[in-house]
Design a protein around this ligand. Sequence first.
Ligand SMILES: Cc1ncc(COP(=O)(O)O)c(C=O)c1O
Length: 429
Amino acid sequence: MTLPEQGLPVDEVLRRVEQAAAADLPWREGLGWSLVYNAGEDHMSLVEAAGARYADANGLSHSAFPSLAHFESEVLEMVASIVHPATTSHGIFTTGGTESILLAVKAYRDARGEGRTTIVVPRTAHPAFGKAAQLLGLRTRVVEVDASRRADPGALAAAICDDTLVVGVSAPNFPFGVVDPVAPIAAAAAERGVGVHVDAAVGGLFLPFVDGFGKPFGLDVPGVTSVSVDLHKYGYGLKGASALMFATKELRHGAYFLDTGWPGGSLASASVTGTRSGRAAAGAYASLLRLGHCGLRATVQEIMATTGRLVRGLGALGITPVTEPDMSVFAAGCESIDIRAVARGLQQRGWWMDVQSDPDALHFVVMHRHAAIVDRFLTDAAAVVADPPPRSEASAGGAYGVMVRTDTGAADPIEALKHYLDGRYDQTS
Ligand SMILES: Cc1ncc(COP(=O)(O)O)c(C=O)c1O
């Protein structure tokens, strides 16, 4: 479409904005298993109101908006008090898990690099480590995980070489929901003088409240030198919010971009972005203040109860977790059932299913909203398992975060992903 000559009436603009949502993930009804984390309508209303109040505030300048500096530093302190209560950390408020990992890796490169160019990660680490490596001119060394899909401390330690800049691990990893053995890995890395970044994007505000988990994963663990925790996941803030916390100021300085040569003035930047809305900082602040320890614990307990119902119900159908998850994120499959056909059948019944490969499995991130709908899901799943639709080649691709079709004519999977992005930006209506 082209820009209209005359601006449209308000009602028409709102109608078009609303209409565009028709094809979106129906997350409010609980029909999807990823992408939107929330803690109920009342909580979201509060968080959105706080965010809307600061939507136009610009995080580029904490001098002009001390409110945002206040929200960000308070959020960092609250998160630190949960993740590593015994250690002082030096944080940066970022826009999400990816930016946190990118800035963490930049910090190691610029504060401790000394020519070291390789990030060592288990195969289950988030692709944001690979993205960081590509953007920062580094390399990743990817190490196979053990049978439980956790990083293998021995294999990771063996992969640390003279060129290793940092080791990255997950708490938990996204594909399987299991936490890497942080303590032995951090100890082995520390012996070699190498830092460890713990990506606790998903688990940072969840694992500390899971009954019986009890393993520290933050800066209290000797050898862990940075950790990231997303507020827009199980912190129930607005999207664009993550806490990146370093063990030392020296490391945090490595994440900064500082420039004094520009005629427009000096720039002191602790983020990848320039201008950014104050929504996310105000939303994260409001969310944590409203929930407190008790609220976070209660949501975790409710979600773990729902997770248990889901795992047991799927198990009764023969679909079991690929590995026993440490929290509310897991993959479930079955050697004797065509999982892709099951996913397709569920999609035909209105569910938005995430499918991953290696092995083929349905992927679940359980939220508060699923408590009300898990029984309906299990009823539908039972019907589909009993009578699965024929497998469609068009739905054969498993892809994270994007629904990539493999019927585009592109033989190479990387070409298929490129085609997907081209299509996303080239669409005309
Ligand atoms: C373990 C983990 N790390 C990092 C990320 C990236 O976070 P974001 O999408 O906020 O950039 C995700 C996203 O799901 C994740 O699951």
